[in-house]
Structures are given as structure tokens and as C-alpha cells.
Design a protein around this ligand. Structure first.
Ligand code: RIB
Ligand code: CA
Length: 313
């Protein structure tokens, strides 16, 4: 097996963040060096508590640190309507078996990156506040960051406003810093994540694997499916795991090099990821934008991932 990719997972769990972390922890290609939390799907306190419970359930043992309590400029915005009051409503989860690091998320990210012998890959599945703060606070560490694979944005449309996807809209200034950074960015936006649809036959396959993690993941998927069916979706758009899939199974994806600007002003378009689809811009591409996914292969990937967890709690 080639050397593992060292990763830092930053997110706002959140059902799909939790599934993304399950996928990352199941992969022999990734070595999780740290987990950091941000405010988004719920308040920072709730997403951090959820992160500790998820890591307990999955057996992830790495430093975990709490992130920035608010976006860089905008006031906080949460999505309790989607993920519930806890931010991870649904199945009962174990109480945390570990403590948070004393230091904050940005300091932990900087420590891990500074001390690593090889460049660190960041996977960011919530608002991009922590990552952007890392880049502006420790610019000298950029050369030790392998890249940023993020769930966020949408070239064709938004989901929290007509123009903007939630993660980017919560902190457009943060996303703007990332897309101007020159770092290799993989953008898993709504263009692909709303094709990463999971249906009952998929989460029943997950459930049938039968171990404790599989049962919880199936409930997370079912919760997400039921919520999105009420919105008129055919299935559950399982957004965040696509940012992990880009690292471990890029063969399932269709990716385009594109120049993407982040709208930080605009009465109607703040938070929009403005992509140069026609390639006519004089600006060089600054992101690999994922445009399509082999949905069946993605569903199979989630089923195979839960099989790697033990039968014991
Ligand atoms: O718009 C979808 C994104 O917002 C996902 O990352 C979901 O977890 C929420 O953070
Ligand atoms: Ca998320």
C-alpha cells in the first residue's frame, strides 16, 4: 500500500459530516491526524460535542479541537432545521470517551502541519472559517499543506439562497481567502453532491451489514433521506462524503479545472461560487470542481466502508 495521505478533518457534524468522517476513517489510504470543529449545522458547542461522540463511536483516536465560534466577518448562522436541535438528531450515540485538546482548532492545525514530515491534506466539510484563519495566521505553513478538499458552493445554484450554498454563505470571506490562496483546491459543490443521492435500498444495504457503526450510519442516512424527501428531493444528497471520495476514489468522479471567484458582496448573490464554465476568463483555473459522480459506485463505497468496522461496540 502506498504511503497514507495524512489528513485533518474539519467540519460541523452534521449527519453528512459524520458519514464523511466514517468514510475517511475506514480508508486505508488516509491517516487522520486531527479533527477540528466549526459552527455551521449547529452551534460550535453542539458540533463539538457531536464530534466527540462520533469519534467515540468510530474509534477515531486523534487530537480533537474546537474551532472558531463565529465566521470571520458575518454573524453566526446555523441549520437546526436540517440536522435537528442537537445537530445530529436520530440514533443514540455513546458519550465521549476523550477530552478536547486545550488548544483551539487553528492552533492544533498549525501544530500538526508544522510537525509533520510531509504535507497535510485538509478535508473541510463545514463553513471554511478555521481553514481560512489558519492560512491568514500562519501563511508560512501553506507550503506544508497538500491541498484543501472542501464540500461547499455550487456553480449552477445554491441551497441556502438561490445563489449560495450553506457552507460558503455562512463565511464567504473565509472561502474567498482559500480560493485566492493558490493551494490545490478540490470543490465538492452542489453540482455533484446533489447527484450523490442515497435511497432506501442503499441505506438498507448499509443497515444489513449489521455492526453497530453500520446501524448508526443507516439511521443517519435515513434521517437525511426523510428530511430531503419532504423538500421534494428524490433521495438524500449526501454532500460531505464526496469531499473524502475525491481523495480515495477519484475514479468515481468527473472533475473540471475551473476558475472560481467567491462573491462576498451582492444583495442577492453573497456567498455565490462564481465559476468560469466557458473557460473564457483570463484568470487561470484555481480549483478542481467536481461536476458528476458514479452514484451507484458511491453507494457501494459507503456499504463497503461500514463493513470495515467491528461487530463489537
Ligand atoms: O450545503 C450542504 C452543507 O451544509 C453540508 O456540509 C452540510 O453538512 C452543511 O454543513
Ligand atoms: Ca457539513
Amino acid at each position: 500500500m502506498a504511503d497514507k495521505i495524512p489528513v485533518i478533518l474539519d467540519g460541523d457534524p452534521g449527519h453528512d459530516d459524520a458519514i464523511a468522517w466514517m468514510l475517511a476513517a475506514s480508508s486505508p489510504m488516509l491517516d487522520i491526524k486531527a479533527i477540528t470543529t466549526c459552527c455551521g449545522n449547529q452551534t460550535l458547542e453542539k458540533t463539538t460535542y457531536n464530534a466527540l461522540r462520533i469519534c467515540t463511536l468510530l474509534g477515531i483516536r486523534c487530537p480533537i479541537a474546537k474551532g472558531r465560534p463565529t465566521p470571520m466577518v458575518a454573524p453566526p448562522m446555523t441549520a437546526g432545521a436540517v440536522h435537528g436541535e442537537s445537530g445530529l438528531d436520530g440514533p443514540k450515540l455513546p458519550e465521549p470517551e476523550m477530552e478536547l485538546e486545550e488548544i483551539g482548532a487553528v492552533e492544533l492545525m498549525a501544530k500538526i502541519i508544522r510537525e509533520s514530515d510531509e504535507p497535510i491534506q485538509i478535508v473541510a466539510t463545514g463553513p471554511q472559517t478555521n481553514v481560512a484563519t489558519l492560512l491568514v495566521t500562519y501563511p508560512e505553513l501553506k507550503e506544508k499543506i497538500r491541498g484543501i478538499s472542501l464540500m461547499g458552493g455550487g456553480i449552477a445554484y445554491g441551497n441556502w439562497s438561490c445563489a449560495a450554498e450553506f457552507n460558503i454563505l455562512v463565511d464567504p470571506e473565509a472561502a474567498d481567502i482559500e480560493f485566492r490562496s493558490g493551494l490545490p483546491i478540490i470543490m465538492a459543490g452542489l453540482d455533484v453532491t446533489e447527484k450523490a443521492l442515497i435511497f432506501p435500498e442503499d441505506f438498507e444495504r448499509v443497515r444489513a451489514v449489521g455492526n453497530p457503526v453500520a446501524k448508526v450510519v443507516a439511521e443517519w442516512l435515513e434521517f437525511f433521506y426523510k428530511f430531503h424527501r419532504e423538500l421534494g428531493y428524490e433521495g438524500a444528497p449526501v454532500h460531505d462524503p464526496v469531499a473524502v471520495t475525491a481523495l480515495i476514489r477519484p475514479d468515481l468522479l468527473e472533475i473540471r479545472d475551473m476558475h472560481v471567484d467567491i462573491e462576498t458582496k451582492g444583495e442577492y448573490c453573497r456567498g455565490m461560487t462564481v465559476g468560469d464554465m466557458r473557460g473564457g476568463s483570463t484568470a487561470k483555473p484555481n480549483a478542481k470542481v467536481i461536476m458528476n459522480i458514479d452514484r451507484d459506485g458511491f453507494a457501494d463505497l459507503l456499504v463497503e466502508a461500514v463493513k470495515t468496522y467491528s461487530k463489537e461496540v
